[in-house]
Design a protein around this ligand. Sequence first.
Ligand SMILES: *Cc1c(COP(=O)(O)O)cnc(C)c1O
Length: 399
Amino acid sequence: MKAYIEDAEQVLLHTYRRYQIVLEKGEGVYLYDTKGKKYLDFCAGIAVFALGYQNQEYNQALKNQIDSLIHTSNYFYNLPIIEAAKQLTKVAQMDRVFFTNSGTEAIEGAIKTARKYAYLKDGKKDHEIIALEHSFHGRTMGALSVTGNPKYREAFEPMIGNIKFAKMNDFESVASLVNEKTCAILLEPVQGEGGIHPAQKEFLVKIRELCDKKDILLIFDEIQCGMGRWGSMFAWQSYGVKPDIMTAAKALGCGIPVGAFLMTERVASSSLVPGDHGTTYGGNPLAGAAIKKVLDLFEANHIIENVNSVGSYLKEQLDLLAEKYHIISERRGEGLMQGLEFKVPVAPYINRALDKGLIIINGGERVLRFLPPLIIERHHVDEMIAILSACLEEEEREE
Ligand SMILES: *Cc1c(COP(=O)(O)O)cnc(C)c1O
């Protein structure tokens, strides 16, 4: 494994501090490295592999699509993407969708849509967007501009401009930034990367009312919390607060790189028109086949029900852990998107867990993030808890 890693470090750009593991294959909720060591996966490729590895129906659908047509360009229609669009708009309760290749591109599209909508209304070119502190929306320039983490932005300034940051769950901090230039308020209903910080319902309800009153577009980034992870198809459906535009990615393709931004007809009919936006790959037949199969399997395998039942079990078990170990200050989250906040950096715990065959990631310096495949069962939770408890014991002993 060491030789592979040395090779990699010669040629890959140094933009990640990777764990010293080379993964080779997956099976269900387990991953295997090149030495054959088995890992229970509580990361799912960062909230991507909802259906687990080697789902035979998913794999077969992709193989079939590869044998008929992988790509065509958006100059033409193709069958898989029509089907995928029908199914996705239905479960997302949105009217129209644009397919992208990633989450960050979905955010770019959402921002362009909001600016165009406002531009058509008043003809001005200085519209503002309000985003939240500690948010994460992606790494391209537009998405980075609305990402509320100065550390990610600083070296790449200037950003796109006219972006303001408010505080999560502080309605006054949002309202005080609104003026006649505000075209959109953008937020994650549950901040993922920022450390599993859910919005309070009251906060979203008030923002929705404000947006309605001032004709400001409400954009929800559902890239991480969407696709079942929060216990409903999209997190906003649990909150009962509907956005005007929403983004999806990560689990949408379950491994095939896809994203999407969706909107209501009201927004679609007065924003982007032919020539305003495009992509070479976005929504190609292979992507369409993946999305369609993922949505089919979500329904056939009752994924949402599983998230709710195993999610509440995970919650109980994490609560017990938080009670037992004083180093843990809080448990947060719902469904299969939960976090444990520690009083200390969590890196040593992650490394110990990897040694013991558990893949788990952080969300910020002090939060362990639990984002398993959505097909996990209770016994997998037990297995994870056993390993994590052992890590906590060891770390405690060594202090
Ligand atoms: C991961 C993520 C993104 C960026 O998606 P990419 O596919 O990595 O570009 C944007 N928003 C949220 C909430 C995310 O979790």
